[in-house]
Write a protein that binds this ligand. Structure first.
Ligand SMILES: [Zn+2]
Length: 261
């Protein structure tokens, strides 16, 4: 028995570990963490991928319930954020880049207006999330990930932005930030109820199909998006809404405020 076939077999076995899923498999895979955003791009915040939604369009806003409760920010909270300085250090003009991203974030927040349930403050002291500006793209058969964020939670998080996003038109860059902020406020992808069944989401409001949490050309911030988000938080903060379809609302405070409130 020669040693060669065994080592070849071993090599083949090792290589098999690195084989990527094809597009069909990815679409079916509830754990892939991808979502189409724009025509071929994806946002990777939601915990699962989804099948092509076709013409189905749920008429409600969706909030995250993947932990068995609906996490919403407690009232009067501030999210402290800062740049991941190491990520920025790879760029030739780090200060100009940071200013640009500050502008994008500011503009996106301005669009959400008083519907935003939490304030943002650039403060590196015990920050709640870092903006990580990646130096290389994250692409697969679907397209490229533009950005990813997080849901309301008392942990420390990252808002990741990939170079691909900066190649979009400026308006689309602001829309991408508005979309990611929607996640930070507790909103799931518009199609989560249909296609991301492994990660339970709950319905609130009476949404039109146009929504910033939708994708493609429908991914715009509407009056209804803002109205429903504002109403959701106001009702919850007043105590008039303690559960949605049997799932309890759970208020969370940012990492830096833990133990203070
Ligand atoms: Zn998203």
């Amino acid at each position: 028995m020669s040693k060669k076939p065994t080592s070849q077999k071993k090599d083949a076995a090792h290589k098999a570990v690195f084989i990527l899923k094809d597009k069909d498999e990815l679409v079916k895979d509830k754990g892939s963490g991808v979502h189409h955003y724009g025509d071929s791009f994806i946002c990777a915040t939601d915990g699962s991928g989804h099948a092509t939604p076709g013409n189905k369009s749920p008429l409600e806003i969706l909030v995250d319930a993947s932990e068995g409760f609906i996490p919403l920010w407690a009232k009067n909270q501030v999210l402290r954020w800062t740049f991941d300085e190491l990520s920025v250090s790879y760029f030739k003009h780090p200060e100009a880049l940071k200013n640009y991203v500050r502008e994008l974030l500011g503009e996106a927040l301005l669009h959400w207006g008083d519907a935003a349930p939490i304030r943002f403050s650039e403060n590196a002291d015990n920050s709640d999330f870092q903006i990580d500006l990646r130096q290389s793209d994250n692409c697969n058969a679907h397209g490229c990930v533009l950005a990813s964020a997080f849901f309301p939670d008392s942990g420390r998080h990252q808002l990741v932005v990939y170079p691909k996003m900066f190649g979009l038109r400026r308006k689309e860059q602001v829309e991408t930030m508005m979309h990611e902020l929607g996640h930070v406020f507790g909103l799931r992808h518009f199609f989560a109820k249909i296609s991301e069944a492994a990660w339970p989401a709950k319905i609130f409001g009476d949404h039109k199909p146009f929504s910033i949490m939708n994708y493609g050309s429908k991914s715009v911030l509407t009056h209804e998006d803002k109205r429903d988000l504002k109403e959701l938080y106001e009702m919850a903060w007043r105590g008039d809404l303690i559960e949605i379809n049997g799932t309890r609302i759970h208020f969370v405070t940012p990492f830096h405020a833990m133990g203070i409130t």
